[in-house]
Ligand binder design. Structure first.
Ligand code: XMP
Length: 514
């Protein structure tokens, strides 16, 4: 696909993905490459602009990450951020040394609004700083276009060579006008048109898939999650019923989820695809009988999933292509930025069988971030409730049932969770929460209902605020909503006489219970 591209050259900064996202928010395609990628490769990508990221090193130390200096001669605009700015100055004849005053946090920067980088930015603007080193002397040909009381060189430019650098991080939201600065770089400096849009992505992908697949057979493991659903629909639009989707109902899905997935993708659904639903509930329950240890449970569910999928694949016969819903963060995390391409086999469904007989893997979403996958999903006409659904772990309710999994506990947690979700939505607070669900503890305790003594399970409710699922805070849910949920669960779900709320963050807890 020919499209204008901005390259992020990664020097080990924490925010490399954020930079790429911000550029893409300008409708300009952006990819991240490691600083170890050689110049010829970068040249071959024909970038409209290059951004050097931050990084934890000091440029003046031996072994600090560096780059081929010929990059400055390509005539391609470059923006250096933090470490990237220091590297640019260091390589082009300036001086970087340990800062007399370290800056960390939100700092007011005075910028030269005549610069293309700061067009329509306020003269005094709050930026995110995090540096121990500073630019003591700028490189010849550059001019200072930003400073703070403690940082004489917060931004520089060489307009002739179209080289720009900022000591602060425009990509993080704490930099109040950071988006504008990056958009200025992309449009004013690089001259991008901003024509990378979801409809063109969908159209181009469909064409590319058709060319690749020809009249071959394609197999997709569909979990009903966002990524695999979008991948399946894209493939279905491209190759129609050359595609077969296998959906394994392992009996650990949320209430009615199996039927919901079937309603969308099955014969009565919105798409013309071969859909196979495998009702393997009993098989999974049988395997899980008597097993309490969380890791063991996860392993059993993952392995059994593969067995079922493999059996179905064998029935279909030789397939040419296997579809995976790998998305860009998976690609970046598995180190594709470097020289070699690692295909991450782990996915929502808990890994795919290596021994399914197929020729090639198709990963139609490997260039997209999660929010872009969602946009593509909407573009493809997938219902909103599927596109915006919360993450759901591959092992499903298996990790929300503490201790042994039994059909009774599955029923209890499904019913309690459905009530909880319904009330959260009714209260209009769903969009504020990162993830929320009910789990069934392995604890039974004494209660009284009517005049009867009960000895029943306790349900634990969880709701977290998180942006990346790596860390999370317990959400401060309105007491009133918790009250309604509690009352409904104990009244409507047989086998429950107590409801608890999990106030723990991650760390020290995890989001899921097992
Ligand atoms: P934890 O429990 O590790 O969860 O804090 C972080 C996020 O990952 C999801 N999760 C999984 N997703 N397969 C998945 O596809 C899994 O085995 C799995 N385990 C946890 C969890 O729902 C949360 O969003």
């Amino acid at each position: 696909m020919k499209r204008e591209t901005v390259i992020v050259l990664d020097f080990g900064g924490q925010y490399n993905q954020l930079i790429a996202r911000r550029v893409r928010e300008c409708n300009v395609y952006c990819e991240i490459y490691s600083y170890k990628t050689d110049l010829e490769k970068i040249k071959s990508l024909n970038p409209k602009g290059i951004i050097f990221t931050g990084g934890p090193n000091s440029v003046y130390l031996e072994d600090a990450p560096t780059y081929d200096e010929k990059i400055y001669e390509l005539g391609v605009p470059i923006l250096g951020i933090c470490y990237g700015s220091q590297l640019m100055m260091h390589q082009l004849g300036g001086k970087v040394s340990k800062a007399p005053v370290r800056e960390y946090g939100k700092i007011e920067v005075t910028v030269n609004t005549q610069s293309k980088l700061f067009e329509n930015v306020s003269e005094k603007t709050i930026c995110w700083m995090s540096h121990n080193d500073y630019i003591e002397k700028i490189a010849p040909g550059f001019e200072i276009i930003g400073h703070t009381p403690d940082c004489p060189v917060a931004a520089v430019e060489n307009t002739e060579k179209r080289l720009y650098a900022t000591q602060f991080h425009p990509e993080v939201l704490h930099t109040q006008e950071g988006k504008k600065m990056l958009s200025n770089f992309v449009f004013n400096v690089c001259g991008c048109a901003g024509d990378w849009k979801m409809d063109s992505f969908v159209e181009e992908s469909i064409q590319a898939i058709r060319n690749k697949v020809g009249n071959g057979k394609v197999l997709c493991a569909l979990s009903g999650g966002v990524d695999s659903s979008v991948a399946a629909v894209l493939l279905s639009k491209a190759v129609g019923n050359q595609l077969t989707c296998v959906f394994v109902d392992h009996g650990l899905l949320r209430k009615n989820e199996g039927d919901e997935v079937e309603a969308v993708f099955g014969p009565e659904g919105n798409y013309d695809l071969n859909f196979i639903r495998v009702n393997a509930q009993e098989r999974f329950y049988e395997k899980l009988k008597g097993v309490e240890e969380p890791e063991r449970k996860r392993k059993i569910i993952g392995e059994e999933f593969i067995r079922v999928f493999e059996e179905e694949a064998k029935k279909i016969g030789k397939v040419d292509f296997l579809v995976q819903g790998t998305i860009y963060p998976d690609v970046v995390e598995s180190g594709v930025g470097g020289e070699s391409t690692v295909i991450k086999s782990h996915h929502n469904v808990g890994g795919l069988p290596e021994y399914v007989d197929f020729k090639e893997i198709i990963e139609p979403l490997r260039d997209l971030f999660k929010d872009e996958v969602r946009k593509a999903g909407l573009e493809l006409g997938i219902p909103e409730y599927l596109v915006f659904r919360q993450p759901f772990p591959g092992p499903g309710l298996g990790v929300r049932i503490i201790g042994e999994v039994t059909p009774e506990k599955v029923r209890i947690v499904q019913d309690a969770d459905a009530i909880y979700r319904e009330e959260i939505e009714k209260a209009g607070i769903a969009k504020d929460l990162g993830q929320y669900f009910a789990a069934i503890t392995n604890m039974r305790s004494v209660g009284c209902m009517g005049d009867e003594r009960t000895y029943d399970y306790a349900i634990a409710l969880r709701a977290v605020l998180t942006s990346d699922f790596m860390t999370a805070e317990s959400a401060n849910l309105p007491w009133e909503v918790l009250g309604i949920v509690t009352s409904r669960i104990v009244n409507e779900v047989k086998g429950v006489n107590r409801v608890l709320y999990d106030c723990t963050g991650k760390p020290p807890a995890t989001i899921e219970f097992e």
